[in-house]
Design a protein. Structure first.
Length: 77
């Protein structure tokens, strides 16, 4: 059985970053069971682009485009 990836909202990420600044990084990461690399990525994203870069960066494909791509692949076969 595989573990599912946890997801954090922008507000949760901001609270964790602020808590780490106030109470210390190691203690906060242990409390929230986060790795140091994830925390540093969030902090760097926040420092460079604010809350906009903390939003998930998933590539969303329009369903119509996806259907056309599948049809194109089917026709090529």
């Amino acid at each position: 059985m595989s573990k599912q990836r946890r997801t954090f909202s922008v507000d949760q990420k901001l609270k964790i970053i602020q808590e780490a600044d106030q109470q210390g990084i190691t203690q906060t990461l242990r409390k929230h069971n986060l790795s140091h690399s994830v925390f540093l990525r969030w902090k760097n994203q926040f420092n460079t682009g604010g809350t906009e870069l903390l939003k998930p960066q998933y590539r969303k494909i329009d369903p119509e485009v996806k259907a056309l791509m599948e049809e194109n692949a089917r026709l090529k076969r």
